[in-house]
Design a binder for this molecule. Structure first.
Ligand code: IMP
Ligand code: MG
Length: 183
């Protein structure tokens, strides 16, 4: 039986490395936001796996919410540069400490457009936590406040990240075999 794993060329970050980092990030966030009204906001769908793990590593009270913004379309691996809110938050951000929980900071175009929009809603703070970052791809002036791992300029899948909506359920971060892109 062929599985998703057979499509992976090599693993960049193992499941064990991810889990250890999530525990570290959860502890840091729990210290930094102690006594504050913390709202974890995840961007669907890529952020959902990291969010599910991170929220359980946070030991202080917090609320969660989700939003959908447009970024990449279908199998297209290049950014469109256009950010649109497809599904907005349910939560009122007034006076709250918002922590955006994202899969990856790539060009930074999506989040650099989104953060100012959220700041207009009068939160006490807006910060960014991403499990991955590709610093060599950055086009916008934005960096994560909490970061898991830097990865090279390769298209990665797993741990929430997809190629054409697949591979999100891989428990590690890896690079696809080149032939997968060629049909
Ligand atoms: P950015 O606006 O270029 O920073 O990237 C926005 C979104 O593109 C991320 O939240 C991901 O959903 C997606 N993305 C960026 N790089 C990758 C990748 O290597 N694999 C899968 N999705 C990616
Ligand atoms: Mg995403």
């Amino acid at each position: 039986m062929t599985t998703l794993h057979d499509d992976i060329d090599h693993v960049l970050v193992t499941g064990e490395q991810l889990q250890a980092k999530v525990a570290e990030l959860g502890a840091a966030i729990s210290r930094d936001y102690a006594g504050k009204d913390l709202l974890l906001v995840s961007i669907l769908k890529g952020g959902v796996v990291f969010m599910a793990d991170l929220m359980r590593a946070v030991t202080i009270p917090c609320a969660i919410d989700f939003m959908v913004v447009s970024s990449y379309g279908g199998a297209n691996t290049e950014t469109t540069g256009l950010v649109k809110i497809i599904k907005d938050l349910d939560a009122d951000l007034t006076g709250r400490h918002v922590l955006l929980v994202e899969d990856i900071l790539d060009t930074g175009v999506t989040l650099s457009n989104l953060v100012p929009m959220l700041k207009l809603r009068n939160p006490s703070s807006v910060k960014l936590c991403t499990i991955l970052s590709k610093p060599s791809r950055r086009k916008a002036d934005i960096e994560p406040d909490y970061l898991g791992f830097e990865v090279p300029d390769e298209f990665v899948v797993g741990y929430g990240l997809d190629y054409d909506e697949k591979y999100r359920n891989l428990p590690y971060v890896g690079v696809l075999k080149p032939e997968i892109y060629n049909h």
